[in-house]
Design a protein around this ligand. Structure first.
Ligand SMILES: [Ca+2]
Length: 493
């Protein structure tokens, strides 16, 4: 959540076009953060503003846009899961954030499939081994409303071909899938609400949270043995390893927190926040196991984020706003031996209590008691990942408050009341902190120990995405628009 970019503006104005290079329409719901690489912008959204007449109706959409102009180069369009609304919530689109390396894009789509995509799309031909793009973009004949009622016995299903056997044909505007790994089919996850992962690349390996959660009753775990963290071969999508921590039964809502990596006293560790409210560190996988073999990730430490919360029969605390387990949405952030983790009661189903905690990541074993360096109370719930820079930790919560906290002591330097809940993470770049809220307000603060509000804008529609910057341009995604913001630019609209 910290960038080296310089020369970024303090403010911009959607009404006059000041400091705006361009603005493009996305779908009607955008929960994915824009990623910029090699002249392209990658962002997930929905199909509320169809860009291709052959793709109509509710879909998960992932767009590849031209960095200079915002023009659409190609898009991945994936039919919704229609077996149960709670497995792929209507109109949510594709929420995951892409990871890009060279000409390969790694992404989890709305059906919970891990995909490797070709940066050039279909325009330069269909690169394999995956060749079934036509079948994967064609919805079943019944596409539209989910087939089952809430509470009914449903199971995750594979995409069914339409009854008439007619498939949509990919064209130059469509995505080119290199390989696909379906988390529901292959490792038995239970999709819930929306798949959300930000894939970590380490050498030839991909580490990702599985987004396995409760069923449509919110009180049952139907896939207790499903992994929470998996490792895939980035070249082939083969499953190499998984956790064996038996996290499943105690996942309060879902497994939405993405893993991170840090070097602790010369040793690399994979950090991971489980949907059970426990923070783990694992050894990275050293070598590829022989064909057919799946390794178990070796745990280095575990830290119970909320040790006094209920640990058994936890789903009976669903909807209890006073007492419940904690869960973790944001990523664990590592710097100088410290691990910063924000979590607490679930925003939809848990207690109104949340914290930012600092963990000493140099210890091993169960570090719940000895590993806590400090704990700082947040308000209500927290979805953000902390941005940590020069001894300051920036975080925002769903109690409409933005916090600047001293990384050493956990004492607040300052706070600011913002309009709207915050689902995005703060983003530090060029001495500033950028933050959007669910009321559509956008804030620019100085990234300093003293409070200074540089700008408060009203963008008109809610913001879930974290701001990002590349090549001197700031990218701000609201639910419906993507703004490219650049100092001294002037757009006409
Ligand atoms: Ca291609």
């Amino acid at each position: 959540m910290v960038s080296e970019e310089k020369g970024l503006p303090d403010s911009f104005d959607p009404k006059t076009g000041k400091n705006i290079k361009w603005r493009v329409k996305l779908g009607t719901q955008t929960h994915s953060t824009p990623i910029i690489a090699h002249g392209h912008i990658y962002i997930g959204t929905n199909n509320g503003e169809p860009r291709d007449p052959k793709h109509r109706g509710d879909r998960g959409v992932f767009m590849c846009l031209d960095e200079k102009t915002g023009r659409l180069l190609w898009q991945l369009v994936v039919p919704k899961r229609d077996e149960d609304a709670y497995m792929d919530w209507p109109s949510m689109g594709m929420s995951s954030t892409a990871t890009v390396e060279g000409d390969r894009i790694y992404l989890v789509d709305n059906r919970g499939a891990v995909l490797c995509l070709d940066a050039k799309g279909m325009a330069d031909g269909n690169d394999g081994p995956f060749r079934e793009e036509a079948a994967y973009m064609t919805p079943p004949t019944t596409n539209g409303a989910p087939r089952q009622q809430i509470g009914a016995e449903t199971h995750p299903e594979t995409l069914r071909p339409p009854a008439d056997g007619k498939l949509l044909q990919p064209g130059p505007l469509d995505a080119d899938i290199i390989w696909k790994f379906d988390l529901a089919n292959e490792v038995g996850i239970w999709p819930h609400d929306a798949a959300h992962s930000s894939i970590l690349i380490h050498g030839n390996q991909l580490y990702l949270n599985t987004a396995s959660g409760v069923d449509n009753t919110h009180k049952r775990i139907r896939a207790p043995e499903a992994p929470s963290l998996v490792v895939l071969d980035k070249k082939t999508g083969r499953l190499l390893a998984r956790d064996d921590e038996h996290i499943g039964p105690n996942v309060f809502h879902n497994t939405w927190a993405s893993p991170s990596l840090g070097r602790v006293n010369g040793r690399e560790l994979i950090f991971f926040c489980g949907g059970n409210g426990v923070v783990y560190a694992f050894e990275p996988l050293r070598a590829k196991p022989p064909p057919g073999e799946v390794r178990t990730l070796k745990k280095v430490f575990q830290f119970d984020f909320d040790p006094t919360a209920p640990k058994t029969d936890i789903h009976k605390f669903s909807s209890n706003r006073r007492e419940s387990p904690s869960n973790l949405y944001g990523m664990p952030v590592f710097q100088h031996g410290q691990l910063f983790v924000a979590g607490g009661g679930d925003i939809w189903w848990g207690k109104n209590e949340a914290w930012l905690k600092c963990i000493n990541a140099t210890q091993t074993g169960d570090i719940t008691t000895n590993g806590l360096e400090w704990s700082y109370p947040l308000e209500k719930h927290v979805m953000s990942t902390a941005a940590v820079q020069e001894g300051l930790v920036f975080i925002a919560d769903c109690g409409r408050r933005f916090h600047c906290v001293d990384a050493k002591t956990g004492q607040p330097c300052w706070t600011h009341e913002v309009k709207g809940e915050v689902w995005a993470s703060p983003y530090v770049a060029d001495g500033k902190v950028y933050l959007g809220t669910r009321s559509g307000n956008f804030y620019v603060f100085t990234a300093s120990r003293e409070k200074q509000v540089l700008a408060e804008l009203e963008l008109g529609d809610p913001i879930s995405a974290t701001t990002t910057a590349a090549n001197g341009v700031l990218y701000v995604a609201t639910m419906q628009n993507l703004y490219a913001v650049q100092q001294d630019a002037q757009s006409k609209h």
